[in-house]
Every structure is written in structure tokens, then in C-alpha cells.
Design a protein around this ligand. Structure first.
Ligand SMILES: Nc1ncnc2c1ncn2[C@@H]1O[C@H](COP(=O)(O)OP(=O)(O)OP(=O)(O)O)[C@@H](O)[C@H]1O
Ligand SMILES: [Mg+2]
Length: 374
């Protein structure tokens, strides 16, 4: 018997959880040192008191009822289950606990034993984790919003940049129409042709908007098989610049290679490259010469180059010209090359730039070949 008592005392003293023994009326029979530390009572204060003193309202008032119901009906609500409930310290402060209750049934003693684990720290960590999780969700939402705004800004600047060129062309053709209309000897057919060019440019503007939306949304390329030489030959008419100021010469691969791509987007690239070449050379007093070249490089690749004899890329911009908003021109936005690079990348190709021997610059676009060789 003494041995048993010694074991009991050792168990009670060593337990980290609070252990409270009550009789069948709910009066505290014993409590271990962890209980006293946790609840702030002296042992003498607890022994003989109703265990409900360790609970806050409304559980405190309801506890005798629970116990009575269990005695009469044998309906265990908590026995052997364990659950999270609230407890109250001697100083009135309430804290969360994990409570497991066992029943003592013997000839000499009967009642219940409660194991109480303080959940304050765990709950605080859980609350912190929940707050962190909430913060992360909010952060993710903010990032998504910023991403959308970024996309909007990219779309707006991209469209405004690319739409300028067909608008400028429309304006040029409209002025030509006005001149022709005022000319008594002008041929009506020429006026109709010029109006048709205005119409084409307006349609192109619509296509450019569509293609920019696809580009910004990373929706891939609306790919068709395109004869690249035909595309190069068209660039001059797309630019609608004064032929006295810009002379475009073409050196085209005789095999008339095809590429796989989006016609409007590749036209945009060529227009941007030729405009840059023109702008880099325009200070010269003579007509600006720009050369367009196509070459089949291999079974899989076609190379398209735009060559000029202009001022060359300013030294401090070498290696950066494809980044957005990098410009060496007073009225430049610095978007033409970054849009062009995005387009070429979306085609699975490559856009690069090098200085030419003897002055000037060469921009080279590599595109996957389609058709026979592909
Ligand atoms: N062919 C070229 N020769 C010399 N410099 C060039 C050439 N092409 C581009 N650059 C340099 O690269 C810069 C960036 O070109 P990009 O087309 O991206 O922007 P931009 O022409 O300045 O403005 P925009 O947005 O109107 O096109 C130019 O400002 C110019 O300094
Ligand atoms: Mg440009």
C-alpha cells in the first residue's frame, strides 16, 4: 500500500499536465503541483472546493448539472474523449485547455480524474500562424492586383506605341487625298487607291490592338505560314514615309522562305526596326538608305536583317536597348525594341543587334522556318 502511495505521489509530482481528482459530487479531492502552478491556487484553497471554481461562466454554473446527468443517465459528454474547453485561474483570467477526464471506480474510492493541458502557447502560435496565413493571402491578392495593373500599363503603353504608326500613315494618306481632291487633273482611281490605303491602315490598327492584347496576356502567337520576302516588301507601304527621305532596298533569299508566325506582329517588328534605322540616320542630309535582307540559315532557321548606315547605338546603351523605356532619343519612348523582342521571343526566335563595319547598325531576327524545310 505504501509502495502504491509512493508511486501515486511520484506520478502526480512529475506530471507536466495539471491533474485534478474529484469525488462524485464534483469536490476536489487532490490536485498535483502542476495544477497549483497553472491555476495559481494554494493546495489548501482547492481541496474540498467544487471543481467548477476552475471554470469560467457559463460552464461554472452548468457543471453540477453535467455531473448530475452523468450520474443519473450515464451519458458521458467528456469522459474518455478529451476536448478543448476554457479554464479560469485564481486571478480570474481565462485560458484555453485540453481536458481529458477518466472515471475512478473502486471499492475504496470513486470519482473522476481530470488531465488538464494548458493550450495558451499553442493557441497563440496557431493565432500567429492564422494571422500570417491571412497576411500571405492578402499579399498574394495585392501581388495579383499589381500584376494586373502592370499588365494594364504594359498594354496601354504597348498599344499607344504601336498604334502611332498606322495613325501616322492614315494621316499621311488623308493629306494626300486632300491634295488629290483639290487637283483638277487628278485621276479618281488614284484617290480611290489612297482611300483604300487609309482603310487598310485602319484595319491594321485594329489588328495591332488585338495582337498587343495577345502578347501582353502571353496567349501565344496566332501562327500562319508566311512568305517572309512578301512581308519585307510590304514594310515600305506600311511606313508611308516620304520616298525622298527613306529608300528601302531589299536583298531577298531567292528560295522565298516561309516562316511560321503572326503577320501583324512580324510587321510590327519590321516597322519598329526600320523606323529606328531611319531615326538613327535622319540627321544625314541625303536620303536615308535602309536595307532589308532575308537568308535561309539552315533547315530550321530563317534570318531577317535590317541594316542601316546611321549613327550606331549610343555607347552607353549597348546591351540595354531591348529593355523597356531605354531610349537614346529626345522624343523616344524606348518601347519599340522591347515590344519587338517580346514578339520575336513569342515566335520562338531571337532578336539581336550588332554594330556594322564601316558604320551603322544591323538588327537581326532569327525565325523558325516553316514549309518545305520544316
Ligand atoms: N538602328 C539603330 N541605330 C542606332 N541606334 C538605335 C537603333 N535602333 C535602336 N537604337 C537605339 O536604341 C534605343 C531604343 O530603341 P527603341 O526602339 O526601343 O526606343 P526608341 O526608338 O527610343 O523609342 P520608341 O519607343 O518610340 O521606339 C533608341 O533610342 C536608340 O538610341
Ligand atoms: Mg524605336
Amino acid at each position: 500500500m505504501q509502495q502504491l502511495a509512493a508511486r501515486y505521489t511520484a506520478l502526480m509530482d512529475a506530471a507536466i499536465d495539471a491533474i485534478v481528482l474529484i469525488d462524485r459530487k464534483g469536490l476536489i479531492v487532490d490536485a498535483n503541483p502542476a495544477t497549483l502552478r497553472l491555476f495559481g491556487y494554494a493546495k489548501t484553497d482547492l481541496i474540498g472546493r467544487n471543481v467548477s471554481c476552475l471554470m469560467p461562466e457559463p460552464y461554472r454554473a452548468e457543471h453540477d448539472g453535467y455531473l448530475g446527468r452523468y450520474m443519473n443517465e450515464g451519458q458521458p459528454r467528456i469522459i474518455g474523449i478529451g476536448r478543448e474547453v476554457l479554464a479560469q485561474r485564481c486571478d480570474g483570467s481565462v485560458f484555453p485547455i485540453d481536458l481529458a477526464v477518466g472515471e475512478i471506480r473502486s471499492e475504496h474510492a470513486s470519482g473522476f480524474v481530470g488531465f488538464i493541458r494548458d493550450l495558451t502557447t499553442r493557441k497563440a502560435i496557431e493565432a500567429k500562424l492564422a494571422a500570417r496565413e491571412k497576411e500571405l493571402v492578402q499579399q498574394r491578392e495585392r501581388i495579383a492586383e499589381v500584376g494586373q495593373l502592370g499588365m494594364l500599363a504594359e498594354l496601354a503603353s504597348g498599344i499607344s506605341h504601336e498604334i502611332n504608326q498606322p495613325l501616322a500613315a492614315i494621316s499621311t494618306y488623308a493629306q494626300a487625298c486632300r491634295r488629290l481632291a483639290a487637283d483638277p487633273v487628278a485621276n479618281a482611281d488614284v484617290i480611290v487607291q489612297t482611300l483604300e490605303k487609309i482603310n487598310q491602315q485602319a484595319e491594321r490598327a485594329g489588328k495591332v490592338v488585338h495582337s498587343m492584347r495577345r502578347l501582353v496576356r502571353h496567349q501565344g502567337v496566332e501562327s500562319h505560314t508566311l512568305a517572309i520576302n512578301g512581308l519585307l516588301a510590304e514594310v515600305e507601304s506600311l511606313l508611308a514615309l516620304d520616298p525622298h527621305k527613306l529608300k528601302i532596298t531589299c536583298d531577298l533569299d531567292a528560295s522565298d522562305p516561309c516562316v511560321q508566325g503572326d503577320e501583324t506582329q512580324l510587321q510590327q517588328v519590321l516597322v519598329n526596326l526600320v523606323r529606328n534605322a531611319y531615326e538613327a540616320s535622319v540627321a544625314a542630309p541625303y536620303t536615308v538608305q535602309v536595307e532589308l535582307r532575308s537568308r535561309v540559315l539552315s533547315r530550321d532557321w530563317v534570318e531577317v536583317a535590317v541594316l542601316d548606315r546611321g549613327d550606331g547605338v549610343p555607347e552607353h546603351l549597348i546591351g540595354q536597348v531591348f529593355s523597356p523605356f531605354v531610349t537614346g532619343r529626345k522624343d523616344g519612348l524606348g518601347l519599340g525594341l522591347s515590344i519587338s523582342k517580346s514578339i520575336v521571343d513569342a515566335h520562338g526566335g531571337d532578336l539581336s543587334c550588332r554594330a556594322r563595319e564601316g558604320g551603322g547598325t544591323c538588327f537581326t531576327m532569327l525565325l523558325p522556318r516553316a514549309g518545305e524545310g520544316a
